[in-house]
Design a protein around this ligand. Sequence first.
Ligand code: PRX
Length: 660
Amino acid sequence: MTDGEGDGELEARLVEQETFEPSEEFVEQANVSDESIYEEFEEDWPRSWTRAADLLDWETEYSQVLDESNGPFYEWFADGTLNASYNCVDRHVESGDKNRVAIKWEGEHGETRTYTYQDLYREVNEFAASLRDLGVEEDDVVTLYMPMVPELPIAMLACARIGAPHSVVFAGFSADALATRMNSADSRYLVTCDGYYRRGDALDHLAKANEGLDGVDHGVDATVVVDRLGDDGFGHDLKGNQHDWDDLMAEHQGARVDPVERDAEDMLFLMYTSGTTGEPKGVKHTTGGYLAYTTWTSHAVLDLEPEDTYWCSADIGWITGHSYIVYGPLSLGTTTVMYEGTPDFPERDRLWEIVEKYAVDVFYTAPTAIRAFMKWGSKYPERHDLSSLRLLGTVGEPINPRAWKWYYQHIGDEQCPIVDTWWQTETGGMMVTTLPGVGTMKPGSAGPPLPGIDATVVDTAGEEVEAGRAGYLTVEKPWPGMLRTLYQNDERFVDEYWREYSDPDADEWVYFPEDGAKIDDDGYITILGRVDDVLNVSGHRLGTMEIESAIVGVEGVAEAAVVGGEHEVKGEAVYAYVILEEGQDGTDEMRDAIIAGVEDAIGPIARPEQVIFTPELPKTRSGKIMRRLLEEIANGEELGDTTTLRNPDIVTEIQGKVQH
Ligand code: PRX
């Protein structure tokens, strides 16, 4: 959606307004409200990061904040030791807050479960004991292929407790995607679930998990299955090395497992994400730096206090859920809300019903959701008392000013600041955003880099661009939450993130996130989107190569090119241009087979919006596919230069086939 479109429910006064200030009331209570923090970080860098580390309980204090001797393989708080599960659970129990609610869970059908910190402590311990009993040892990677059930954060924290890194695979991903990730991480343990609910239907998740397990090349030692569906289940029998979650927990009732002392640089988890090539990247995050960073940003940006009820509507299967449903909020001792279902079930006011019911203080969501709310209209939030809200946040993709203002007016009642937070799976936590108690907000612009974050916008030569000019976002100094490497692939780590703008000979390393951006005179950064072949569909990151290889894997397909086209709600949608083999026809069956092929290889999130059959793809004389043209065609835009094409005629033919 471009500015000026969408429903007309925005007051004219707001349409004109370009900057917004937090209310005095907000600033007075904010965790961070003094702008001197930016200078403090700069003057005392990197020691200023002790502020973040001080929010944690360390088993052994670290003596050095940052070890830069082997860039870009930086180490943070390296000789310190700690345990993430201890920090997210035990310390709150020990400090007398055991009865405070840690997790409020709501199922799609309205059933609820509440876990106090004491409950969480008990369950995390019992599951940690269960994992140990199944043979899981320190540093074994445990794959968690689970939907939004409380057992997911419990399993994550149980893994952290025994020093076994977890690798969470989003439940919406396919069996193939699960197998690829288990193979890549050499993971021999899986925790999964019989199923879950989506818009009223029970989904058979275990069938998918079992199919994925069949594709794992090495042996799998044990699988644990959560019974979510009860009588609605699909009646799968558990196989020899498959265990029922409840049985394990009953066997280990009352068990206690001492949190394992982990080095700050020990891996806390792996998270696979899409890149330019077909192979997903295993992003490695560590115990000390990541936990310090997510805790600090939850405190400074989300303004969380232990007394708050906080809700991030993301799925834990993505980094947002790891950092800002589980680790950051629980480390601070906050109450974190988890919701299993979709925003429009049973009705389009479901999220607002939940905000009212739990009196949510801080709410964090994605622009794609806000665009859907806008489309549905303000009558849904108006049905509910949302006055408990103090702060709103967004993440995952650029938010256009109109959607920002709608969120501000209709959800925040013009009382709540909004933080538009730019970050990535790789950065671990938020990087560019206003501090809500300090900065002026400018809708459409994420804001300045956070204190201690040295982000800037440069041209292809690495020179800073003038204000207002488009360039590339770069980060010049390391930060505690950064990825440490790509799992077992240091070379790819350096190639992907540190080649473009670094000067290895001078030992100068610059992180390149592969986003386009511009910066204004006040140092506010507006993100323009990815500059690599990665799409952002409903805030989900998808590699075009992954989708293309899924399509080419379908029988009868010769070649495919995938690009993103603009989409009113999803932001971007997948457009697949497909060349079939000789003798094949672009029938409906072929289209269905292609869609099924993509869903099987990746999952329904990657489903093409349109499949366009074409005898040729527009190529340059050197044989390179002109993706820019394919994007313009998908968007129904006027076409740029086609003179360098080997086959210019094909363009008009393709144009005629795309539906607008
Ligand atoms: O293009 C940027 C976009 O999402 C990408 C990172 O995707 P992922 O690793 O899946 O993490 C998403 C959640 C942190 C970025 O490279 N992006 C993220 N936040 C914003 C954004 N684009 C614009 N504005 C944002 N606030």
